[in-house]
Design a protein around this ligand. Structure first.
Ligand code: ADP
Ligand code: MG
Length: 245
């Protein structure tokens, strides 16, 4: 894996005022790897995702995607964001656009795809997430689980090198969680590189290559799910697991 790192963070630090929200973060995500990030609320998981996508600037350290440092701004940055898709807890679909139009938008604007090609691809992706029949609906007409699957299709439409998920099922009713996790498991099986912040420990156990446990802005453990769940080393992880399992 070390020979083929897709996402690489070295010595990354960030503060919000006095709060040291990312502390000396070293993290490597290999191509095709699924890394689940867990940890208490406020430990810096979302900030880590946002730093990887350069939605947040960091103060020191380096972040590389496919061997290249993240660009600071401009066209190169827009290109980078297109290469790393992000799926949020709140689906962030455009309410006044149909499902199909939501998926077509960025490929047309950013990738300069032709409209008919973007539409064809969007239909393929909807089929892939089990929503082929919903193309002409508006987001509000769909369930939360369906909206999140549209958000995943929309991220995939940019043909990203990696996908970041920040608590993708936390806003969903329990009966809808599995349909979203199943789409994510399928992506993992197909070899998509994924960083997934989640409290779904079943997903972590079954789909992750590695579990990264964060507390107070630090990566405290970075191990296989088997190792992490059966024998957490740190008191912080033991305490966290005792509360959620
Ligand atoms: P997590 O996703 O693990 O819950 P976050 O990365 O969202 O943690 O936040 C880490 C810490 O940084 C929290 O204490 C949070 O309140 C703080 N924080 C997050 N975003 C901001 C911001 N834009 N300004 C100030 N503090 C923030
Ligand atoms: Mg968060």
């Amino acid at each position: 894996m070390a020979g083929d790192a897709l996402i690489e963070l070295r010595g990354v630090n960030k503060h919000y005022g006095n709060l040291h929200v990312l502390q000396d973060i070293d993290l490597t995500v290999g191509r095709g790897e699924v890394v689940v990030v867990i940890g208490p609320s406020g430990s810096g998981k979302s900030t880590l995702c946002r730093a990887i996508n350069r939605l947040e600037a960091v103060e020191s350290g380096t972040i590389k995607l496919d061997g290249r440092p993240l660009p600071e701004e401009g066209r190169a940055l827009a290109q980078l964001r297109a290469e790393v898709g992000m799926v949020f807890q709140s689906f962030n679909l455009f309410a006044h656009k149909t499902v199909l139009a939501n998926i077509m938008l960025a490929p047309i604007k950013v990738r300069k795809k032709k409209k008919d090609e973007a539409a064809r691809r969007a239909r393929e992706l909807l089929d892939r997430v089990g929503l082929a029949s919903q193309a002409d609906k508006y987001p509000a007409q769909l369930s939360g689980g369906q909206q999140q699957r549209v958000a995943i299709a929309r991220a995939l439409a940019m043909e990203p090198k990696a996908l970041l998920f920040d608590e993708p099922t936390s806003a969903l009713d329990p009966e809808m969680i599995n349909e979203v996790l199943e789409v994510m498991r399928q992506l993992a099986r197909e070899g998509m590189t994924m960083v997934v912040v989640t409290h779904e420990m079943g997903f972590a156990r079954s789909a992750a290559n590695r579990v990264v446990f964060m507390a107070d802005g630090r990566i405290v453990e970075d191990r296989t799910p088997e190792e992490f769940f059966t024998a957490p080393r740190s008191e912080r992880a033991k305490d966290f697991l005792s509360k959620i399992l």
